[in-house]
Design a protein around this ligand. Structure first.
Ligand code: ATP
Length: 358
């Protein structure tokens, strides 16, 4: 069983008393595709590198299956890593690049050849086996890097932003290839990216990190529907969720000139904290344009037409425009409002999110 466990795992870089990764607890299932995502510097690569054995663990433990690998050298962990840079050997052919680690591991020559051919078939690399990396496209090089990992038949794949050197279109195509390949091979995979769309489309579960702390780990849909806090809410989804702090009075949040009722549990929580404001969030796709009686008024500043969708950007009437960025709302591309017009928006019942400002 190739489960992966981070057990209160921390890393302090020399000279720093702030942990780059702070008591990470995470159980990754056998065969699971787990994505670590978060903004630059949140500790994704450090977490991955501790699992790979490329970075010291200062507190806690890392386990693969029932083996404690916390202090085990990388070569004995039965993992294969795909880096952002691919790190292919330029003087070797594709076949030699793929076979190299097997040669080091003293795998017999006939078996090496068979494993390389099998991986090359899976990855559509058969026509390129005799080429050097410089004679390959970016996407082909990326596949060779994958091939090198596959031939080793590891217990766990580790991937650190493996698509970041590809152009946008190829990245989209390759991410579905990698997800399909992982599914087919069934090898436990830990994948690092800063791109939330990549995370959401590839992961069985997605772990969101910020400042070295794991904020939430769940399925893509659960993260989208039930974000645990305002950071996850704003990070997952594009365009981002609208989140604003509003005054609370008499059980309602005051949104511009309109009072939005708040759920009772939320009010109880705010009262306990002594807070008289609330962070109210709603996704651009969770609002409807309605008549003036039914919604809160927004002055349209910009309309973005993307073909299948259109988004309006505008400010809530009555809100202070200097400290209140635009509200974003998805609208019908066939009935977009005019710039300067005042429209009324209503958040679909049950699709609002509330967070404590604390
Ligand atoms: P990115 O997406 O930019 O690669 P990341 O989420 O992978 O970021 P890490 O590379 O894990 O983040 O870095 C986490 C924190 O540790 C950051 O504050 C970073 O500055 C710090 N850090 C990373 N490597 C070192 C190092 N070798 N020495 C000291 N500090 C480091």
């Amino acid at each position: 069983m190739a489960t992966v466990t981070y057990d209160h795992t921390s890393r302090f870089y020399p000279g720093s008393d702030v942990p780059a990764v702070d008591r990470l607890n995470l159980d990754i299932g056998d065969g699971e595709f787990l994505v670590l995502v978060g903004p630059s510097g949140c500790g994704k690569s450090t977490s991955l590198r501790m699992l790979a054995g490329l970075e010291d663990v200062d507190e806690g433990a890392v386990r693969i299956g029932d083996r404690d690998v916390t202090s085990m050298p990388p070569g004995r962990r039965d993992i294969a890593m795909v880096f952002q840079s691919y790190a292919l050997y330029p003087h070797m052919t594709v076949a030699q690049n793929m076979a190299f680690a097997l040669e080091m591991a003293k795998v017999p020559k006939s078996e090496r050849g068979a494993r390389v051919r099998e991986a090359a078939q899976i990855l559509d690399l058969m026509p390129y086996l005799d080429r050097k990396p410089k004679a390959l496209s970016g996407g082909q090089r990326q596949r060779v890097a994958m091939g090198r990992a596959i031939v080793r038949q590891p217990k766990v794949f580790l991937m650190d932003e493996p698509l970041s050197n590809l152009d946008a279109k190829l990245r989209v195509a390759t991410r579905s290839q990698i997800a399909a390949l992982q599914n087919r091979l069934g090898i436990t995979t830990v994948y690092v990216t800063h791109d939330q769309v990549e995370a959401m489309t590839m992961g069985d579960r997605v772990a969101v990190l910020k400042d070295g702390v794991l904020l939430q780990c769940d399925t893509p849909l659960a993260l989208y529907r039930r974000p645990a806090n305002a950071f996850v809410a704003g990070f997952i989804g594009s365009p981002a969720m609208n989140i604003r702090e509003f005054e609370v009075a008499k059980g309602h949040a005051r949104v511009g000139d309109v009072d939005v009722p708040l759920p009772r549990e939320e009010l109880a929580g705010l009262a306990r904290e002594g807070s008289d404001s609330v962070l109210l969030g709603f996704r651009p796709e969770s609002v409807d344009l309605v008549g003036s009686e039914e919604g809160f008024p927004v002055v349209v500043r910009l309309v973005e037409e993307l073909g299948a969708d259109a988004y309006l950007y505008g400010s809530i009437v009555g809100a202070d425009p200097t400290d209140s960025p635009d509200i974003v709302a998805r609208v019908d591309p066939d009935r977009t409002p005019r710039i300067g017009e005042t429209v009324h928006l209503r958040v679909r019942p049950g699709q609002e999110h509330t967070f404590s400002p604390k």
